[in-house]
Design a protein around this ligand. Structure first.
Ligand code: ZN
Length: 306
């Protein structure tokens, strides 16, 4: 099964480099103001020293690289200001996760004392990249699909029609309906049935199509609603509705039964408005102590303690 979230195996990809990396703070106790590079939303912070392992040697190797750099402005290798004492006096680990789309950054920061007076601060970070989901796989977990669509809504054009139906049913159920996707073939023009609290039965048609929905499709949908004894209808499209289709739905709502139209943009709004009910947790990121993250140094500095 494919997954939308993977940590970067070697280097931060160029697509993410054009985004601003989180504004790392100077003091270890400061919280980072990290925003999702896809949604711009503030991330949820999970602080837990036991989420993954980073050894003293991992930090120390970054420190040594910096000292060996000919451009390094500080004292030379072997000077007691740069020779590390061998312990970590403060460490902070934080997993920042976007509550909407699941994008994450893992941050690990350590303060390393030198033999004499100086403290060196190494911040390591690892971030997820968006991998393409095979949206023709109708067995994909729907939360993965929903998060993926938030990050890459244009992918709706290639989603399997059945998977789109299931995704729509899942989103509508978050609005309080009991939503049931009907059998994929021979559904009589109704893809999802919604039962509301007042005994109403709403038929939903879900169309994954690139062209705009035509008036004929609304008429055919009305026929399916009448034949199926529904009290109302909702037409969800991955595209837009032609003016004639909108007029037909309005006319139908005034005289026969309510038909609501949900186009792609409105569906994305609806998806975003209920997504916080399914905030990703650290376990969703696939980070474990036994599968070490590959970290990238994103900051290196020293605290002058003189
Ligand atoms: Zn996001």
């Amino acid at each position: 099964m494919s997954t939308a979230r993977r940590h970067v195996p070697s280097n931060i990809p160029p697509s993410l480099m054009r985004c601003e990396l989180p504004g790392w703070r100077y003091r270890i106790e400061d919280e980072d103001d990290v925003r999702c590079v896809y949604c711009g939303h503030a991330m949820d912070d999970h602080y837990d020293l036991n989420q993954w392992s980073v050894s003293f040697e991992d930090y120390a190797s970054i420190h040594e690289q910096a000292i060996r750099d000919p451009e390094f402005p500080g004292p030379p290798l072997g000077h007691p200001h740069v020779v590390l004492r061998g312990d970590i006096i403060e460490r902070k680990t934080c997993l920042h996760i976007c509550p909407f789309c699941g994008w994450w950054i893992a941050e690990d920061r350590a303060v390393l004392p030198a033999m004499q007076w100086q403290h060196w601060v190494v911040t390591l970070a690892s971030m997820s990249i968006l991998q393409d989901l095979a949206l023709n796989d109708i067995d994909l977990p729907l939360q993965e699909v929903r998060r993926y669509l938030i990050r890459k809504f244009e992918a709706r054009a290639s989603i399997h029609p059945r998977l789109f139906e299931l995704t729509v049913a899942s989103v509508l159920s978050d609005f309080g309906y009991k939503a049931t996707a009907t059998a994929y073939s021979n559904d009589g023009g109704v893809d999802v049935v919604l039962d509301d609290d007042s005994g109403g039965r709403i038929g939903v048609q879900v169309k994954r199509q690139r062209r705009s929905v035509e008036v004929e499709q609304i008429r055919a949908f009305l026929g399916a609603l009448i034949m199926g004894n529904f009290t109302a209808g909702i037409f969800v499209s991955s595209s837009r509705f032609r003016r004639g289709a909108i007029r037909a739905a309005q006319k139908c709502s005034e005289s026969i039964m309510p038909i609501e139209l949900i186009d792609a943009n409105r569906f994305l709004d609806m998806l975003g408005s209920v997504q916080l009910k399914h905030k990703p947790v650290p376990e969703d990121c696939g980070i474990t102590r036994t599968e070490p993250l590959k970290f990238h140094c994103v900051n290196y500095s020293h605290l002058n303690t003189l």
